[in-house]
Design a protein around this ligand. Structure first.
Ligand code: ADP
Ligand code: MG
Length: 367
């Protein structure tokens, strides 16, 4: 099911008397989620992710704008008639019910021609439980399950009605690191198997990048960029998107352009044909450094971390925004750990420059 958001806006009255005006949690969202895809909705805490999901599910009404599922305008449809499955961070299972009863719960209240017999309900619950691999735990209570198993029950419950759209709001946040990894792969597998259009909300860029067909990056209620994870990583449209994606994060320096040459301090680090003279922010991805003793860019070497396949060179630079400059180079390189300075050349397509006022990307021909 294709999902279309059209100029979707949600404002809340401001409860803080000191601040004037209202909170715009979602500001004029327009985008289309293709049928059968998994979309990662990504942004820092408070940027409006949950509000966006609540609008799509119908738990909240938009201030303005419309929501379509396929060609159906669902903007004024109550949540129970939209055919959405919801999963939250805190599982929200019924503690006194068994796993089976928790999963059949959404089926109990079906009316008229949709009404199911007990056998049909149990059959559907078993199918959903198999999908998330908890079919051997059907008679247990939530308190007898691990966090990961509880979250699987919540996912099975969301799937049991075969929703048109599956909405997951930070579903992995309460799990430990290993389970988080495992469960996110499970979610990806289930989504591929069922082909249900899925929106996965997270503040964790790595999580979103790893499982999404497309990511939507938002901040302060505004959508900044939408695209395939690799495309957005390689081609962020502004400094916020560039710094939000990537671990270790992109290295940002104060710089300037003069005579089609990019400078960081006194050092002419790169040719940037076609860019007019101005102050800029320079972003260099950790993998954008080439170790080169005659390279144009020098940093003060702090230490070298061996990571097997790669070496992480940790250094500092007076014009760096980050406390340390992190570069990742192949372990085949030899680096003299005793020296005070380390010199690099920069890869043009891993070096991004941004306007100092607007923080928008400035494009140049990389040769
Ligand atoms: P996220 O899920 O990305 O952390 P939310 O969608 O929960 O963000 O919130 C977005 C903004 O809207 C925040 O500034 C939050 O304080 C505000 N907000 C959310 N719900 C309400 C509400 N019911 N009343 C007032 N403000 C709200
Ligand atoms: Mg939230």
């Amino acid at each position: 099911m294709k999902v279309v958001l059209q100029n979707l806006t949600k404002k809340f009255p401001n409860r803080d008397k000191k601040i004037k005006g209202e909170v715009i949690a979602v500001n004029d969202f327009t985008f289309e989620i293709p049928d059968g895809k998994l979309i990662g909705l990504l942004g820092p805490s408070g940027c409006g992710k949950s509000t966006t999901l609540n609008l799509i599910s119908g738990l909240q009404k938009p201030t303005s704008g419309q929501i379509f599922f396929g060609d159906d305008d669902v903007t004024n449809l109550p949540p129970e008639n939209r055919g959405v499955g919801l999963v939250f961070q805190n599982y929200a299972l019924y503690p006194h019910l068994t796993v089976r009863k928790n999963i059949t719960f959404p089926l109990e209240n079906l009316k008229g021609k949709d009404k199911l017999t007990k056998e049909e309900m149990n059959q559907k619950a078993l199918e959903a439980a198999k999908l998330v691999q908890i079919d051997e735990l059907m008679e247990r209570k939530p308190s007898e399950l691990s966090g990961g198993q509880q979250q699987r029950v919540a996912i099975a419950r969301a799937l049991v009605k075969m929703p048109r759209v599956l909405l997951l709001d930070e579903p992995l946040s309460n799990l430990d690191a290993r389970l988080r990894l495992q469960t996110r792969e499970e979610i990806r597998r289930i989504q591929k198997e069922t082909q249900i259009t899925t929106i996965f909300v997270t503040h964790d860029q790595e999580e979103a990048m790893s499982i999404s067909d497309m990511i939507v990056v938002m901040k302060d209620g505004v959508m900044h960029q939408m695209g395939k994870p690799q495309e957005v990583y390689d081609n962020p449209i502004n400094l916020f998107v560039a710094t939000f994606l990537g671990t270790p994060p992109i290295n940002v320096f104060d710089g300037y352009v003069k005579n089609s040459t990019l400078y960081i301090g006194e050092e002419a680090v790169l040719a940037v044909e076609g860019v007019k003279d101005q102050d800029v922010y320079v972003g260099v991805r950790p993998e954008g450094f080439i170790l080169d003793e005659n390279g144009p860019f020098s940093c003060d070497l702090s230490r070298v971390e061996i990571m097997g396949r790669d070496i992480s060179v940790v250094s500092t630079h007076a014009l760096s925004h980050n406390p340390t400059v992190r570069s990742i180079i192949s372990a085949e390189n030899h680096i003299n750990v005793g020296s005070e300075k380390v010199r690099f050349a920069l890869k043009p397509y891993k070096t991004l420059i941004f306007n100092k006022e607007t923080e928008e990307r400035i494009y140049f021909e990389a040769d």
